[in-house]
Design a protein around this ligand. Sequence first.
Ligand code: NAD
Length: 247
Amino acid sequence: MSARLDGKVAVITGGAQGIGLAIARRFVDEGARVVLGDLNTAALEAAVAELGGGDVALGVQCDVTSSSDVDGLIDTAVVAFGSLDVMVNNAGITRDATMRKMTEEEFDLVIDVHLKGAWNGTRAAAAIMREQGSGAIINMSSISGKVGFIGQTNYSAAKAGIVGLTKAAAKELAHLGVRVNAIAPGLIRTAMTEAMPERIWESKMAEIPMGRAGEPSEIASVALFLATPESSYLTGCVLEVTGGRHI
Ligand code: NAD
C-alpha cells in the first residue's frame, strides 16, 4: 500500500512532545512533511532530529495564543514545503484547581492556549485551504469538555469551546472542500497526565471500561484517519478516543 500522506504537508501545534509528536511520527511514516510549532525549542530540536531532519520536519518556535506566531508557523509550511494540507491544533496546558483556588489568570491562560490557539490555527489554515480547495483541520478537544471534570472549569470550558469552534468552522468551510473535525481523547499517557497525583490517575483508570490508559500512538492513528480521504464524508465530528470511558 502506498503511503497515505505522500506529498502532503501538515502543521502540528504542540508537536514537540506527547500526542503532537506521536501524530508527527505517524504522519511522517505515511509520507508527509511536517512543521511543528511549540514553545519548547529544545524539545522541538530533538523532535525534528528524531523525525529525520529538515527535509521532512521543521520546528518553529510559536506561541499559539499569538495570531502572528501562528500565521508565521503556517507561512513556514507554505514557503518551505509548498502547501498546507493538514492542520492539527493540539497545543495545550493544564492549570487545574477548584474554583475556590483557581485564579483569573489561570482561567484566562487555559482558555487562551486551547480555545484562542485553536481558533488562531483554524482561521489561518482555512485561509490557505480555501484557496487550495482542499484540506483537513483537526482540533484536539478532550473528554473533559464533554463531561466536565472537578478542578478543570477552565480546561473543560476550553475543550467544550473547541467542539463549538469545530462545528461552526466545519459549516463555514464544507463547500470549499475543507473538513474540520475534533478528537476527544480520554486518559492518554503523556507528560501532561503523568504529572497527576497517583490517586487521581487511579480514580480515572477505574472509569475506563478497557481497563487501561491510551497511548499517544492511538490518538495519532485517529488523526491519520481524519487527515486522509478515508474520512472524506466526515466533517464537524468529535471522535471520542477513550477506551469506552464516559460514552
Ligand atoms: P504535553 O504536555 O505532553 O504536550 C503539549 C505540548 O504543547 C508541549 O510540547 C508544550 O510545550 C506545547 N504548548 C503548550 N503551550 C503552548 C503554546 N502556548 N504554544 C505552543 N505550544 C504550546 O500534552 P499532551 O498530553 O501531548 O496533550 C496534547 C493535547 O491533547 C492537548 O491539547 C491536551 O489538552 C490534549 N489532551 C490530552 C489528554 C491526555 O490524557 N494526555 C487527554 C485529552 C486531551
